[in-house]
Write a protein that binds this ligand. Structure first.
Ligand SMILES: NC(=O)C1=CN([C@@H]2O[C@H](COP(=O)(O)OP(=O)(O)OC[C@H]3O[C@@H](n4cnc5c(N)ncnc54)[C@H](OP(=O)(O)O)[C@@H]3O)[C@@H](O)[C@H]2O)C=CC1
Ligand SMILES: Nc1nc(=O)c2c([nH]1)NC[C@@H]1CN(c3ccc(C(=O)N[C@@H](CCC(=O)O)C(=O)O)cc3)C=[N+]21
Ligand SMILES: [Mg+2]
Length: 288
């Protein structure tokens, strides 16, 4: 069994980016800048935003954090996004989700300039992904693809099953697995809460991606012998942080599996940094 080590892979990506940013800086090219907007005091979101700031610092990306009160108005959040859109020193804008109740996330995401949308959530970037055009791809599914690629897991011609159809994980994950280009080319089934015989479909998967948000959802009977299992889930339980898969029960059946923590999570942040460096190169007219 191969452990798909997202922590180590993310560290390798950060190290590559650090060298790239340092080399650009040595040539007098300005460093990339990422603005992160956090509205409210959700504890999990605060941890993520702090981790993103640390990761930026580690790579040499300037990070600007904007912490707004939970009772911020829609106009206040939109005003900040407009301001950041107009700034030349801001290459990427990340609006930490979910927003507090009463705020319209989609309206805010729609306002982020697509060339600064390093999360890949803007309709233009989602549309470009769907059409197989270059753009920013959402960080979590992009991180999954990169993790598979760097472990030489082949997807071409394989049966992939994605559990979950959210706009930030399941839906773009499916698009990337069926793919265009030199990777992907899997045959993809997407399951959700109204899928009949979900367990049976999963048991036919060569590659199984779990993005549900329920601990121990994926049990041994749902996993084919020798399958590759990617666990996107992040669930805080009394036993600590766990994924969506019953890791202990399936680890001996699989050919490869991601741990939680230390799997997809760190890759998500690494891809955010990749996208931010790419946004900066685009803004400066450098080839990438
Ligand atoms: N590691 C990382 O970097 C990241 C991890 N996450 C984690 O991934 C998980 C999924 O996140 P996200 O996609 O945002 O979650 P959502 O809650 O937006 O989506 C969950 C999906 O799972 C489906 N689902 C829920 N219950 C069932 C069920 N009983 N049977 C079948 N399908 C079900 C839902 O179906 P339906 O559409 O029918 O409601 C929905 O499509 C969470 O644990 C989240 O914390 C998220 C982002 C990044
Ligand atoms: N605009 C926006 N973009 C996002 O990408 C986004 C978001 N909003 N809202 C929340 C989700 C969730 N998400 C995670 C990122 C990293 C880890 C991560 O690094 N997890 C560590 C553990 C960290 C811990 O201990 O909490 C790991 O799995 O090893 C987890 C989850 C990004 N999201
Ligand atoms: Mg993401």
């Amino acid at each position: 069994m191969i452990l798909l080590d997202g922590k180590a892979t993310a560290a390798a990506i950060r190290s590559e980016l650090k060298d790239k940013v340092a080399a650009q800086e040595a040539r007098g090219i300005r460093t990339p800048g990422l603005a992160v907007i956090l509205v409210g005091e959700d504890p999990a979101s605060q941890v993520y935003v702090r981790n993103k700031e640390k990761a930026c610092e580690n790579v040499g990306i300037r990070s600007l954090a904007y912490r707004l009160p939970a009772d911020s108005t829609q106009d206040a959040v939109e005003g900040l996004i407009r301001e950041l859109n107009a700034r030349d020193d801001v290459d990427g804008i990340l609006l930490q989700l979910p927003l507090p109740k009463g705020l319209d996330s989609q309206a805010c995401l729609d306002l982020i300039a697509p060339d600064k949308d390093v999360d890949g959530f803007h309709p233009v970037n989602m549309g470009r992904l769907a059409l197989g055009l270059p753009g920013f791809a959402p960080c979590t599914p992009a991180g999954v693809i990169e993790l598979l690629r760097r472990h030489n897991v082949t997807t071409s011609g394989k049966r992939a099953v994605v559990i979950g159809r959210s706009n930030i994980v399941g839906k773009p994950m499916a698009m990337m697995l069926w793919g265009y280009g030199d990777f992907a080319n899997a045959t993809v089934t997407v399951c959700h809460s109204r899928t009949p015989e979900l367990a049976k479909l999963c048991a036919e998967a060569d590659i199984l991606v779990a993005a549900i948000g329920r601990p121990h959802f994926v049990t041994a009977d749902m996993v084919k012998d020798g399958a590759v299992v990617v666990d996107v889930g992040i669930n805080r339980t009394d036993d600590g942080l766990v994924g969506d898969c019953d890791f202990a029960a399936i680890k001996d059946k699989v050919s490869a599996i991601t741990p939680v923590p230390g799997g997809v999570g760190p890759m998500t942040i690494a891809m955010l940094l990749v996208n931010t460096v790419k946004a900066c190169e685009n803004h400066l007219g450098l080839a990438n």
